[in-house]
Design a protein around this ligand. Structure first.
Ligand code: OGA
Ligand code: NI
Length: 364
């Protein structure tokens, strides 16, 4: 298929309209676009090859209300080791809390551009509130078909003062209502590493800070040419993701080649291991590459909560994990440095974690 040709002039116009004026890709998609503009066309190797989808593989679905809690904990650890991704049902977060935050996401993105643009980092008056599009447009050679609002939680007061009123309460409610579930999952994962004493330092490394994103993927005339989100792994310890019923999230299969769809399951939450937990567990738990394919006929939303170390925390393999003589694969890094490294470049699959890899050549 021939790529639509777009002159340099209209290329600048697109960037201006989508990125600078705050219309987002949603604004452009709604302008009656027949094909994706040139800057959204991904190189062949970054487009989803439909033949690589493994239709017979599924990530586990874990029922957290099952009577025998030991077996739930074991299922969580097994899934985090093998797949790096699983879904949980009967997780204890009330369904109406989930519905409300989805509604709030649609309400925020339904605002006119001149309202949304108030929440770009430049305009919001805080680094902790960021409305944007794609991932890092300044550093990307092709853009992603996605708009987002990213909210870094510091306190109720700050959220009250700076988060958009269209979604503030619902986002806070979702974060609060999921705390217990997150604690249970992290506890189970730590038990699996023989870590039973979670002191203040460990607790900070595991869940010292939180970021919630509201993602909007408008329908796309050529989903085969672009990406909703390019291949990446999260830099969290764990991510809790709420998705709507559209689908389009794919995770890398355990063979490292194919892609597995994460089917929307009503009322479920998708949990995945991030790079910070892969580092802390010295590679036992896997932070798996994933991506989103945009939809031709429907808009999609998702709401991930990234559970992170505190920016000032030093993270590295826990002593308990190395107790029996296992050699560390990762060095200890300042989490803020790690995050900066991630946010300074385009999405690039699993490459971010090389930043913390111990170069074995140094020992030879
Ligand atoms: C992310 C992500 C997946 C989705 O925001 O890091 O991978 O389904 N999102 O939106
Ligand atoms: Ni992700």
């Amino acid at each position: 298929m021939l790529a639509p040709s777009v002159s340099d002039d209209s290329r600048n116009n697109v960037t201006d309209f989508v990125v600078k004026k705050g219309n987002g890709i949603k604004g452009l998609a709604e302008s009656g676009l027949q094909s994706v503009p040139k800057q959204y066309i991904q190189p062949l190797e970054e487009r989803m090859d439909m033949l690589s989808i493994m239709t017979h593989e599924f990530i586990p679905i874990i029922d957290m209300s099952e009577g025998d809690y030991l077996s739930v904990e074991k299922a969580i650890c097994d899934a985090a080791e093998k797949w790096g991704f699983f879904q949980v049902i009967n997780h204890g977060v009330p369904i109406d809390v989930l519905e409300n935050v989805k509604e709030a996401t649609n309400r925020f993105f339904g605002l006119p551009a001149e309202e949304k643009v108030k929440y770009t980092t430049k305009n919001s008056g805080t680094l902790n509130v960021r409305y944007g599009t794609s991932f890092v447009p300044e550093a990307e050679s092709s853009l992603e078909w996605k708009d987002y609002l990213s909210l870094f939680y510091t306190s109720e007061q700050e959220a009250s003062a700076f988060w958009p009123k269209e979604c503030k309460e619902q986002a806070l409610e979702y974060m609060k209502a999921s705390e217990l579930t997150i604690g249970r999952i992290l506890d189970a994962l730590m038990k699996g590493l023989n870590v039973t004493d979670i002191d203040a330092k460990k607790s900070s490394m595991l869940m010292g800070s939180k970021r919630i994103n509201l993602n909007y993927y408008p329908k796309c005339p050529n989903p085969e040419l672009t990406v909703g989100v390019g291949r990446h792994s999260d830099i969290s310890t764990i991510t809790v993701l709420l998705q709507d019923d559209i689908g389009g999230l794919y995770v890398r299969g355990i063979d490292g080649k194919g892609w597995i769809h994460v089917p929307p399951v009503s009322g479920s939450l998708v949990i995945n291991v991030g790079d910070a937990l892969q580092i802390i567990s010295n590679g036992r738990y896997k932070s798996i590459e994933h991506r989103v394919v945009a939809n031709r006929s429907k808009n999609r939303i998702s709401v991930p909560i990234f559970i992170n170390p505190k920016p000032k925390d030093m993270i590295g393999p826990l002593p308990e994990v190395l107790e029996k003589g296992e050699l560390p694969i990762y060095r200890t890094v300042l989490y803020n440095e790690y995050a900066k490294h991630f946010f300074n470049k385009a999405h690039d699959g699993k490459k971010t974690i090389n930043f913390a890899l111990i170069d074995i050549n140094n020992f030879m």
